[in-house]
Design a protein around this ligand. Sequence first.
Ligand SMILES: NC(=O)c1ccc[n+]([C@@H]2O[C@H](COP(=O)([O-])OP(=O)(O)OC[C@H]3O[C@@H](n4cnc5c(N)ncnc54)[C@H](OP(=O)(O)O)[C@@H]3O)[C@@H](O)[C@H]2O)c1
Length: 313
Amino acid sequence: MKVLVTGVAGQLGHDVMNELAKRGYEGTGSDIAPVYSGIADDSAVTKMPYAAMDITDKASVEHIIMEQKPDVVIHCAAWTAVDLAEDDDKVEKVRLVNAKGTENIALVCKKLDCKMVYISTDYVFDGQGTQPWDPDCKDYKPQNVYGQTKLEGELAVANNLEKYFIVRIAWVFGVNGKNFIKTMLNVGKNHNEIRVVNDQIGTPTYTYDLARLLVDMIETDKYGYYHVTNEGGYISWYDFTVEIFRQAVLQGHCEYAPDKVKVTPVTTEEYGISKAKRPFNSRLDKSKLAANGFRPLPAWQDALERYLKVIEF
Ligand SMILES: NC(=O)c1ccc[n+]([C@@H]2O[C@H](COP(=O)([O-])OP(=O)(O)OC[C@H]3O[C@@H](n4cnc5c(N)ncnc54)[C@H](OP(=O)(O)O)[C@@H]3O)[C@@H](O)[C@H]2O)c1
């Protein structure tokens, strides 16, 4: 199976490429930079074929994908800076990347009759209530520009293709890029107290674990909408931070002990305004995975333990 992966300079694309290599598939990586620009960790992705492609450039997308003739495109590239996306002068660019860029890819997949995987987010919903979101719920109501443009990307896939997987994920962390865990470890090192919101609820997703499931998916024709995060239950960002520091101490980093850095739970309101409105309810119902014979991801606590062993902090 020949697979083209976009966004390989980011968190998920990097791990998807390594998973493809591990399982003996032919992967070509792609991102906007002229050459591979992710971490130089000597993993397979750093040596695999690479094609520079700006997904907003329709002609380039058509040329490169037609030339590669993949059996599957796993589309991980996106504008992911959620707050920056709210700036008036950025909205058009965000839409170009997340909506038009995705449409460009979907139209070529249609021509080639190949499978497409589009990675999306719970931000397509309004983030209210406490019920986990069902993957086939069509009650879309994005609360910010990022969510709105990711939804437009979903529609570009679903309206043009039949052989697609739309996989919504949340609270992502991986070795190749910025994420909440790295931010907390940095902030925790330099502060005696940090305030973290405890009324936004979800579950983290480790890109290393997700990559395995995405490759399982493309081996099938069980198309449609899916929700994926790690298992281990629903938590708040506050709960996540407490566990990050607890495990960091267990791994020998005493600077994160409770007497060195106090983690204080606050409400979103107490924390103060962020540019983009964030969902309170990011609970994703993942039961459709097992119902379709897919193996769920390990618990997030286990994922965090493995992650802290591979990053430097
Ligand atoms: N991160 C999260 O918490 C989260 C949560 C839910 C869903 N998701 C979704 O999961 C997917 C993977 O996320 P991630 O965290 O791995 O993202 P990421 O680390 O931000 O990587 C995205 C990559 O896409 C590239 N890109 C941006 N514009 C491009 C363009 N015009 N042409 C080609 N490449 C372009 C970025 O390059 P530059 O860095 O140079 O811009 C970056 O290398 C995305 O679809 C995202 O929307 C993420």
